[in-house]
Design a protein around this ligand. Structure first.
Ligand code: ATP
Ligand code: MG
Length: 414
C-alpha cells in the first residue's frame, strides 16, 4: 500500500480530471459507494473459485460479528448500490466510479495491495453498440493520453448455456493432459475449468494454447453479437486481436470480454479489462438487466501516461514580506489579488524572515514572479516585482499597488 506524495499527486489529479471529462462527454455519471461491503456480496458475485475470493480479500469481523470485506473491485458494490437504490427500474444507466481497491496479492511492480481503479458500469443495454461504445471510449482515452502501444484483445464467452457444453469438452481435454497441469489448475479442473485458460503459469502455455476454443461453441445470438461488435470496431478503425484464451478472472462475465494490454509494463501489462455480465444483476437479487463495463488500473495507466501529462501547479507568484507592516499589508494584498483573478496561484510568505531566506523559498516553490513588500514599498504604496524564471530572470520593476492587477493580467496567463 503506497503513500502518494505531492510530487505525484499532481499527476494523479491531472489523469483523473482527463478521465472525468471524457466520461462526462459520453454521458456517464459518477456513483460513490462504500469501501467496505458484506463479504457475502463478493463471494456471490465474483465466485468462490477465483483468485480474489480464494486468497486476496481483506476480510474481517466487525464489532457485531458481521463479516465485512474491503472492496477488491467495484462491479459488485456498484450493482448492489444500483439495485438497492432503485436505479435499475426500467432505466438505462451509465455509471462510473473511481477509488481504492484492496487485494492481498504478492506486491510487485504494477501490483499492489491498495491500488486504484476507475470503473464504468452500464445497465439496461443489451446490444453490441453499447459494447462498442465502451471500447471506443477507452480507445479515445489512450489517444488523449498519447499512448500508442496498447493492444485490444477481444473474446466472447457466449452464454451460460453455451458455456456448459464447452466446459465438458474442456474438462475431457485437460483430463487427458493432467500430467502437464499445475496444482492450481488441477483444483480448477474440478471447480472452474475455464479459469485454467486464464493461468499466469508460463509452463502451461502450450497445453492451454491447444485446448478447444470457446469461440467454436458460441450460440447463434452470441456469435451475431460478437460479429456486430467487430463490425462496429472495424468501422471506427479500432484494431483488435481475438484472443480465444481471454476468459477474465471473474466468474460473472458473459459474451463480450476485452482487455487492453501493453508490452511496456513487463508482466503486469493489462491496463483495462472489461466485458458484459448480463447475469449479475439477477444473481444479486435484482430483475434481470443486461450490463457491461470495464475497470482501468490507474497505477499502471499512470506509468504509461506520466510523461505526457505535464501538470502545472507551481505558483505564479510568491509574496515576499519583510517587516511587520509588510506582513500585515501582504495578507490583504494577496486576498485582493485572489478575489480578482480566480486562476491566479499566489503563495504568501508566512512567518517573516530575511529577504534572502524568503527569496530562497520563492525559488524553491518554482514561482514565476516574486512580489516584494518591504518598509519602503508599504510607505509608498508600491510593490517591487522580480522575475524568477526564464529569459527575464533577475529583471525587476516597481509598480503602484493600484496598478498591480492590470499589470499581472497582461503578464500572466490567468
Ligand atoms: P490480473 O490478471 O493482472 O491479476 P485481474 O483480472 O485480477 O488482473 P481485474 O480484476 O480485471 O484484474 O482489474 C482490472 C484492472 O485493475 C487490471 O487490469 C489492472 O490494470 C488493475 N489491477 C488489478 N489488480 C491490481 C493490483 N493488485 N495492483 C494494481 N493494479 C491492479
Ligand atoms: Mg488478479
Amino acid at each position: 500500500m503506497n503513500d502518494i506524495l505531492p510530487e505525484d499527486t499532481i499527476y494523479w489529479q491531472k489523469l483523473e480530471s482527463i478521465i472525468r471529462d471524457l466520461l462526462g462527454r459520453y454521458g456517464y455519471q459518477e456513483i460513490r459507494f462504500p469501501i467496505v461491503e458484506k463479504t457475502e456480496l463478493f463471494k456471490r458475485s465474483i465466485g468462490e473459485v477465483t483468485d480474489i475470493v480464494e486468497k486476496e480479500m481483506y476480510t474481517f469481523a466487525d464489532r457485531n460479528g458481521d463479516n465485512l470485506t474491503l472492496r477488491p473491485e467495484g462491479t459488485a458494490p456498484c450493482v448492489r448500490a444500483a439495485i438497492q437504490n432503485g436505479l435499475l427500474h426500467n432505466q438505462v444507466q451509465r455509471l462510473w466510479y473511481m477509488g481504492p481497491m484492496f487485494r492481498h496479492e504478492r506486491p510487485q511492480k504494477g501490483r499492489y495491495r491498495q491500488f486504484h481503479q476507475v470503473g464504468v458500469e452500464t445497465f439496461g443495454m443489451a446490444s453490441p453498440d453499447l459494447d462498442a461504445e465502451l471500447i471506443l471510449m477507452t480507445a479515445r482515452l489512450w489517444q488523449q493520453l498519447g499512448l500508442d502501444n496498447v493492444e485490444l484483445q477481444l473474446n466472447s464467452l457466449g452464454t451460460r448455456e453455451s458455456r456448459a457444453v464447452y466446459r465438458q469438452e474442456l474438462v475431457s481435454y485437460f483430463e487427458q493432459h493432467k500430467d502437464q497441469l499445475d496444482e492450481d489448475s488441477l483444483r480448477r479442473l474440478e471447480s472452474n475449468p475455464l479459469r485454467i485458460l486464464d493461468t499466469k503459469n508460463p509452463a502451461l502455455r502450450e497445453v492451454v494454447a491447444d485446448a478447444p476454443k470457446l469461440m467454436a461453441h458460441l450460440d447463434d445470438e452470441s456469435r451475431e453479437h460478437f460479429e456486430a461488435l467487430c463490425g462496429l470496431l472495424d468501422g471506427a478503425g479500432v484494431a483488435y486481436r481475438v484472443n480465444p484464451c481471454l476468459v477474465r478472472g471473474l466468474d460473472y462475465y458473459s459474451r463480450t470480454v476485452f482487455e487492453w494490454v501493453t508490452d511496456q509494463l513487463g508482466a503486469q501489462g493489462t491496463i483495462c479489462a472489461g466485458g458484459r455480465f448480463d447475469g449479475l444483476v439477477e444473481q444479486l437479487g435484482g430483475k434481470a438487466t443486461p450490463s457491461a463495463g470495464f475497470a482501468i488500473g490507474l497505477e499502471r495507466l499512470l506509468v504509461l501516461a506520466r510523461q505526457n501529462l505535464q501538470p502545472e501547479n507551481r505558483p505564479h507568484i510568491y509574496l515576499v514580506l519583510v517587516g511587520e507592516a509588510a506582513q500585515k499589508k501582504g495578507v490583504l494584498l494577496a486576498e485582493q489579488l485572489r478575489g480578482g483573478m480566480p486562476a491566479l496561484r499566489i503563495m504568501t510568505n508566512c512567518g517573516g524572515g530575511s529577504f534572502k531566506s524568503q527569496f530562497k523559498k520563492a525559488d524553491k516553490c518554482g514561482a514565476e514572479l516574486a512580489l516584494v513588500l518591504g518598509e519602503d514599498e508599504v510607505a509608498q504604496e508600491t510593490v517591487n516585482i522580480k522575475f524568477l524564471r526564464g529569459e527575464h530572470s533577475r529583471n525587476q520593476e516597481t509598480l503602484a499597488q493600484n496598478d498591480l492587477s492590470a499589470w499581472l493580467a497582461g503578464k500572466l496567463d490567468v
